[in-house]
Design a protein around this ligand. Structure first.
Ligand code: NAG
Ligand code: NAG
Ligand code: NAG
Ligand code: NAG
Ligand code: NAG
Ligand code: NAG
Ligand code: NAG
Ligand code: NAG
Ligand code: NAG
Ligand code: NAG
Length: 589
């Protein structure tokens, strides 16, 4: 069973108000140091951070290398993301510093946002920063934006609560520090995304909800993420405080305004997508991980000891008594902003040694590029498209599934073997083929693609094979593009509705004809003349019309595998199968 974290739950309810479903995960510390793979990839960060999450964290960690790490210091092992925040120090009157202890963070994933239509999982490789390490005062000017106008100051993303009995009022700066139950730093992340960029250094790929912790996304950032909220409690009263001392953040900030948090997505995307779908918007949720089945599956009780704090990959002390803040960050009291030049080390100081990450190495994931060859020769990647269930798929002709051995190459070979120009992979295990792309596929451009087509191929963990209702499409550049059957085109009266099964007799019962010239066009003409909304072609040479479909059962598109008797030249149209009809519909009759 998952333990509850009631001390946090009480405070959280007070802070966030009314009900939205969420889950809450405890994370122990995985590392301390001047490390920031987002802002200073490969190098040394300006200030020291406390990090929770994936054990493979380091100066050059990426979402993929994190996901490939051995473990995480968080409760949910399928979340190897990293979360990091500035360290807090106490400065003695003699000028020395000591780090203030905290026992990790609590990470909340909350189903916020007024309009959940465009809610999406974090894409693989996604990262973001909330907050401003140079801020030293409250910015009352920069505000959230939505179609309803301007909203709250974005400075409200960061707040501090003094916990002593009942949690104190949250304020955007460090005020009272006599907090026997801890001084809690709180950060709301951006929940709106532009749908394109995995990262922008000015954070313009993301935006805050209009009320920061809820509300509307701006029109420029229409995609909604699950809202991440991070809490870290510093045990300020465990520091033996001396008259004249003060608390200072690793950013050289005694005010608290510069607090911020970084997130690097290292989730198992399959697990995250399920958790978001099944647990983020379920109003009954109280945050208890037990309520979310998919998370319980990867819950670890002894998360802290099973995945203990690692030695820093930047070799310099950041804990204990220190003569200076790490990186010689100068203290800037504000209200003016600090600058990156605010350091007071002699320029001759040798930089600390960087150790590459210890465990795991990045998975060498192969990403296809739109319009470029991928898989077998002569096959190009078309993109990641939306897809529907059997009746109106993008590729409808035949399907093959393999729960253990599906790869992009296997699917391309299968479709080529049957003479199809298009191959599509879905759910990691399914392969569809057709001579045309049907049902108005919308190809997503940019990284959105990888956000939605993120199921690993069952036979090749280093490539992706579509996703949930998302198909990775490939085209064979050598096979000719066959003429599109007129009945399926927009100019025709009828649109193809898929392959349907006859289980309890004919599904179209009003009129019929058969013939060796049968094609969907021939049948369409016959049924159109009789003003029927529906027609279906079956067993190669049969044509049926109806004003309704009786006992319709959607069949596997691969079951409609008999070529039309009337096919001529290089048209390759299917006319149903045994007890299977390719069914067409007109909305204008
Ligand atoms: C400064 O004061 C602290 C607390 O009394 C002490 O631990 C530390 O050693 C002192 N630093 C120096 C350089 O004397
Ligand atoms: C919700 O978002 C969708 C997609 O952006 C949009 O089409 C719809 O109008 C929005 N609904 C409301 C009530 O704003
Ligand atoms: C921010 O500005 C508004 C309007 O100018 C004012 O009412 C409010 O008191 C200000 N808040 C702070 C914290 O300065
Ligand atoms: C700031 O702290 C003092 C006690 O040190 C307290 O009286 C006051 O209410 C606090 N202000 C806010 C806004 O919480
Ligand atoms: C992600 O989780 C699913 C099931 O939850 C599992 O089958 C899959 O192997 C995991 N992927 C990785 C890369 O661990
Ligand atoms: C961590 O650092 C300590 C002290 O420098 C060292 O003894 C220990 O072997 C290191 N651990 C690892 C796993 O490198
Ligand atoms: C894809 O999305 C477009 C636009 O929403 C829609 O018209 C089309 O039917 C969808 N196609 C499939 C195969 O789901
Ligand atoms: C699935 O793929 C594996 C590996 O290619 C193959 O051995 C197996 O026969 C396939 N299974 C099916 C049902 O096609
Ligand atoms: C079509 O057949 C159904 C019975 O399946 C019947 O009720 C209906 O009246 C028929 N329509 C026409 C136009 O003949
Ligand atoms: C439709 O199916 C049900 C059950 O499968 C059957 O009882 C019924 O007779 C069928 N209706 C027609 C019109 O065939």
């Amino acid at each position: 069973m998952v333990s509850k974290y009631s001390a946090f739950a009480v405070a959280f309810a007070a802070l966030l108000g009314d009900a939205n479903a969420f889950w809450r995960m405890n994370c122990a510390n995985i590392m301390f140091g001047r490390i920031d793979p987002i802002v200073n990839p490969g190098g040394i960060a300006s200030h020291a951070h406390t990090v929770q999450g994936g054990s493979n964290f380091g100066v050059s960690s990426t979402g993929v290398s994190l996901a490939n790490g051995e473990c995480t210091s968080c409760e949910i092992q399928d979340d190897k993301s990293a979360y990091w925040t500035p360290m807090l120090y106490y400065q003695y009157p003699n000028g020395s510093f000591i780090d203030v202890k905290q026992s990790g963070s609590v990470v909340y994933y909350i189903g916020r946002g007024n309009n959940k239509t465009n809610s999406v999982p974090f894409p693989e490789g996604f990262r973001m920063i909330s907050g401003d390490s140079n801020a030293r005062s409250y910015d009352n000017v920069t505000r959230t934006v939505s179609k309803y106008g301007i909203g709250r100051p974005i400075a409200d993303r960061v707040s501090w609560a003094c916990l002593s009995g009942t949690p104190g009022k949250s304020v955007p700066y460090i005020n009272n520090t006599d907090c026997y139950a801890g001084l809690r730093a709180q950060v709301h992340f951006q929940s709106c995304w532009n749908g394109v960029d995995l990262y922008k250094s000015d954070q313009s790929h993301v935006a805050y909800l209009s009320d920061i912790d809820n509300g509307d996304c701006p029109p420029t950032h229409p995609f909604l993420f699950t809202h991440i909220f991070l809490e870290t409690s510093f045990t300020v009263n465990s520091v033996s405080r001396v008259e004249g001392g003060r608390f200072v953040l690793s950013t050289g900030d005694p005010t608290g305004y510069s607090y911020h948090a970084d997130f690097q997505n290292g989730w198992n995307m399959t697990t995250f997508a399920r958790a978001q779908r099944e647990c983020s918007y379920n109003e009954k949720s109280s945050g208890d991980l037990n309520e979310c089945a998919v998370l319980v599956e990867s819950y670890t009780k002894n998360y802290g000891s099973r995945c203990p704090t690692r030695n820093s990959t930047v070799d310099e002390p950041v804990r204990g008594i220190l003569p200076k803040l790490p990186g010689c960050i100068k203290i800037v009291e504000g209200p003016q902003r600090a600058t990156s030049a605010d350091v007071n080390c002699p320029s001759s100081v040798t930089p600390p040694k960087i150790t590459p990450t210890e465990d795991g190495k990045p998975l060498d994931i192969r990403f296809p590029q739109i319009g470029k060859q991928f898989g077998l020769p002569d096959w190009q990647y078309v993109g990641c498209s939306n897809d529907s269930s059997s009746a109106s798929r993008v590729l409808n002709a035949v399907v093959t599934k393999n729960a253990t051995g599906m790869t992009v190459e296997t699917c391309q070979a299968y479709c080529f073997g049957k003479g199809y120009k298009y191959a599509g992979l879905e759910l990691g295990t399914e392969c569809y083929c057709d001579s045309y792309m049907l049902n108005n596929p919308v190809i997503n451009k940019g990284s959105w693609t990888q956000g939605m087509c993120y199921y690993q191929c069952s036979g090749d963990k280093l490539t992706y094979c579509g996703g949930q209702a998302r198909v990775d499409l490939y085209v064979n550049t050598k096979l000719p593009q066959l003429p599109f059957p007129k009945t399926q085109s927009a100019s025709g009266k009828y649109v193809h509705k898929g392959c349907m099964a006859e289980i309890t007799g004919r599904i179209l019962r009003n009129a019929s004809t058969t013939g060796d010239t049968m094609t969907p066009d021939v049948c369409a003409k016959f049924c159109l003349g009789r003003r029927f909304k529906w027609f279906g072609v079956e067993y190669g040479r049969e044509c049926y019309c109806g004003d309704r479909v009786v006992n319709q059962t959607i069949a596997d598109p691969g079951d409609c595998n008999i070529l039309c008797a009337g096919n001529r030249g290089n048209t390759q149209t299917y006319c149903g199968g045994a007890s299977r009809a390719n069914v067409y519909f007109s909305s204008t009759l």
